[in-house]
Design a binder for this molecule. Structure first.
Ligand SMILES: [Zn+2]
Length: 273
């Protein structure tokens, strides 16, 4: 019997020696956990479905001797076999996990982030039948939600300095990521103008129910979606320790679609449309 039993998502794995695997997990109660899965590369007996990135399950952990816990068991709680067949879903899940791995630090309990990641992965695994805009909407929602639960989301409604109403005019709302978000007229010096529609779409993706979110995103003009994508990038960039490798997947998929002559091809990128 393991010392610790907890739900977990596999964020990243790395080969260690000939037969072991280092596995980085996200858990609701212990944040990120680095552990070693002994023999996982040689034999699939103990980990029958393997330990693919994005897999969610109940893990059994022992404390081990060094800084690494020992992964005793992994019982999948969600069927991830479809990931091998859907390259696009695979790319999305890889991105969601890599982003979480880079932004989440430490071992503080964070059930909100864990829940958001589970929801986003499940969404990417079951999106068949949804309109194309559902996919980038899912990414934006997760990016914003992750920033929010990590305390990194800038103020979107009230001045980040004094809490007064933000300075809104025809050309947008005063905004400075470096200063913490939107600004009132008094604190707006040096701020740029963020289109109100971009700010509103961000708020809707974060707070509205799934149907309203998808509808708002689908109805938003392309320029507004791009503005939101660029805003998310701007907010994520300062917190990255390294370039996101999974973004290359998106580029590959977009190229494939373009080769096939699909007019929707670019929609498959990270929402670059
Ligand atoms: Zn202010």
């Amino acid at each position: 019997m393991s010392e610790i039993l907890t739900p977990a998502v596999v964020l990243r794995t790395r080969a260690l020696r000939e037969s072991d695997l280092i596995v980085v997990l996200l858990t609701p109660g212990r944040g990120k956990v680095d552990c070693i899965a002994r023999g996982a590369r040689r034999s699939r007996r103990r980990f029958p479905g393997g330990l693919p990135v994005g897999a969610r399950g109940e893990v059994g952990l022992d404390r081990g001797r060094g800084s690494l816990a020992v992964l005793d068991s992994f019982t999948p709680s969600f069927d991830h076999s479809g990931l091998g067949r859907d390259l696009e879903a695979f790319a999305y899940v890889a991105y969601l996990c890599e982003l979480s791995d880079q932004l989440v630090g430490g071992s503080a309990p964070d059930p909100t982030t864990f829940g958001r990641l589970c929801e986003a992965i499940e969404d990417a695994m079951t999106w068949a039948g949804q309109p194309e805009t559902h996919k980038p909407a899912l990414l934006r929602r997760y990016e914003l939600g992750l920033l929010d639960s990590l305390g990194l989301l800038p103020a979107l409604d009230q001045c980040s300095v004094c809490g007064a109403a933000a300075n809104v005019s025809e050309d947008g709302v005063a905004f400075s990521a470096a200063r913490g978000g939107v600004a009132c007229p008094v604190h707006a010096s040096g701020a740029r103008r963020l289109p109100v529609a971009v700010r509103d779409l961000a708020t809707t993706l974060l707070h509205a129910d799934p149907e309203a979110r998808d509808r708002a995103y689908a109805q938003a003009e392309r320029e507004i979606r791009r503005g939101l994508r660029d805003l998310c990038r701007e907010l994520i960039q300062p917190h990255l320790r390294a370039p996101l490798r999974s973004l290359a997947f998106f580029a590959q998929i977009a190229t494939r679609h373009a080769d096939k002559g699909s007019s929707d091809g670019a929609n498959c990128s990270d929402g670059s449309e």
